[in-house]
Structure formats: C-alpha cells, structure tokens
Design a protein around this ligand. Structure first.
Ligand code: A3P
Length: 296
C-alpha cells in the first residue's frame, strides 16, 4: 500500500474461472445484475487492444466530429468502464453508469460469457476490438508496470508464460478473442482489428459509423480520423488518461499512450521466445480461423 492512499496491487480472485481483481470479484453480483438500456453500446476488448481509441472514435461519431464536445470529460467519465471497482472514493463503473443517461458508450474487458445477460436480451450493439497476441501482450506488460493496481508483472521473460496460461487479469487472451469471434454473427457483434484500424483508419471509422446507423459527412470522417490519431490522442488530456492520479497510473514508468504501433513485439521477443510462443499459439488457436495479422 502506498503512503496516503488505499491503493495497492490488488490480488486476483477467479470469477467462474476468470481471474479478476479482487475489487471486481467481490462486487461481482452487482456487476452481473447490471441492466443496460437497449440504446446502450458496449465496446468490449481484451485489455490493451485499442479500447480507448475506439471509445474516442464512437464518441466523436455520436457528436458529429465536435472536438470540443468530446473534451467535456475524460474517457472513463464519457464512457464508463462497466466492471471497474476501486477502493473508495474512486467511483465504480456502476456508479458512473448511474450518473449517465442512455444512450451510453460502455467499456468492458469481460469475456463474452461474463457479459451481463441484459446486453444480449436487449439486443445492445457490441463492438469488439482484437489485437494480435504478441503486440497485445507487449502493451499489457508495459501497462502492468505502470498501473499500480494490477498484479506485479515481474520480469518480461516470466510475463510471457503468464499471458499464455491466461493468468493475467481478465484471463486468457485466446479464449477472449475466440469467445466473441464465435458469437459475432448470432449476436450481431462488430468485430474489428487494431491492425486494420492502423492500416486504414478511415475505412474502419466508416465501418463503425454504418454499424451505429449514423451518417456523417466525408469531411467529418476526415476530422475524426485526424482527432483520433495516436499523436493527437496522446496530447489530448481528455483522452490520454492523465486524469488518473499517479498513485494509480504512474505515467513516469510508461505512458498510457505508449507507442501505438503494429509489430512492436519484435523489439521485445527474442527469437526463442517468439518460437515458443508461436508453437503454443498454434495449439491454442487451431479450432478457429481468426484473421490476425503481423504475428510472424
Ligand atoms: P501500446 O502500449 O502498444 O502503445 P487500451 O485502450 O485497450 O488500453 O489500449 C491501449 C493501447 O492502444 C496502447 O498500445 C495505446 O498506445 C494504443 N492506442 C491508444 N490510442 C491509440 C490511437 N489513437 N492510435 C493507435 N494506438 C492507440
């Protein structure tokens, strides 16, 4: 516990087999009972797959590209994080949701089977963003170094097997991406890839616009692409998580907006680590054919 705060690296407790931070696990019944409005949108991701970027795009689309309107509050206020619980006085995601009128942009990292059933019963729209496993892992490692409420990441070489075994908060990346992929058609989930967003952000912004049944001008699309570039979001205090105090996010260790690139894993994995990871990946992903890119 850090001086003057009740913040510490919280232990994980499994909820239906998924390791979650104890504050989430201890409040699980109220999270599971959450009833969304049919107009609410859910943005679901495995941590570090491009959640914040997608939240910003959606908020701008809903506000017709109005940059000032989207600076009304920091990301977690504009777009509440469903399951987050921290020690008081930090408001929980559920508290934040109570204060916000629908239609809301709700963020979650829960795997599909833990998403409160009201989202499916009310046929809420759901956007899932997936990122290639190696970059996702690298991003999570740096995040766990700076997010002082997550379990200690330990050294890099030990972190890789924890990811492969699904021991990190929110569990297995492999099961997470597969769970949403398998249900994407039956549940009308828009399944996006971080690599596609990097390759052609305009195409992906338009895809999101169509899914949300919105129509904005070409000029507004261009503005949204510009406003949600990595550089602009990194400099935007309402999108770069500078709202979170240093005892929680120590951005002197690593920025929340760290690098925002595809293929950064090559700067981290040794050839041996990459080979070991690829062999295991092959086994864990053999039952699906999700078109991930830039893995080898
Ligand atoms: P890196 O650590 O690789 O830089 P999430 O929002 O799900 O926590 O994901 C955070 C990751 O997305 C970080 O990856 C962050 O830099 C990246 N990111 C955030 N905004 C981005 C943007 N506008 N363009 C590209 N990457 C972005």
């Amino acid at each position: 516990q850090r001086a003057g705060t009740n913040i510490c690296r919280f232990p994980l407790i499994p909820v239906r087999g998924i390791p979650l931070m104890c504050y989430i696990a201890n409040n699980w019944d109220s999270i599971w009972a959450f009833r969304p409005d049919p107009s609410d949108l859910l943005i679901a991701t495995y941590p570090k797959a491009g959640t914040t970027w997608t939240q910003e795009i959606v908020d701008l689309l809903q506000n017709n590209g109005d940059a000032e309107a989207c600076k009304r509050a920091p990301t977690p206020v504009r777009s509440p994080f469903l399951e987050i619980f921290s020690p008081p006085p930090i408001p929980s995601g559920l508290d934040q949701l109570k204060k916000t009128d629908p239609p809301r942009i709700i963020k979650t990292h829960l795997p599909l089977q833990l998403v409160p059933t009201g989202f499916w019963e009310n046929k809420c729209k759901v956007i899932y963003v997936a990122r290639n496993a190696k970059d996702n892992l690298v991003s999570y490692f740096h995040f766990d170094c700076m997010n002082l409420t997550q379990p200690e990441p330990g050294p890099w070489e030990g972190y890789i097997p924890k990811f492969m075994r699904g021991e990190l908060p929110w569990g297995s990346w492999y099961d997470h991406v597969k769970g949403y992929w398998t249900e994407r058609e039956t549940k009308n989930i828009l399944y996006l890839f971080y690599e596609d967003m990097k390759e052609n952000p305009r195409r992906e912004v338009e895809r999101i616009m169509r899914y949300l049944d919105l129509s904005v001008s070409d000029e507004v699309i261009s503005r949204i692409v510009e406003l949600t570039s990595f550089k602009n979001m990194k400099e935007n205090p309402m999108a770069n998580y500078s709202c979170v105090p240093a005892p929680v996010f120590d951005q002197s260790i690593s920025s929340f907006m760290r690098k925002g690139e595809v293929g950064d894993w090559r700067n981290h994995f040794t050839p041996e680590q990459s080979k070991m990871f690829d062999e295991d990946y092959e086994k864990q992903m053999k039952d699906v054919n999700i078109p991930f890119r830039d893995l080898i």
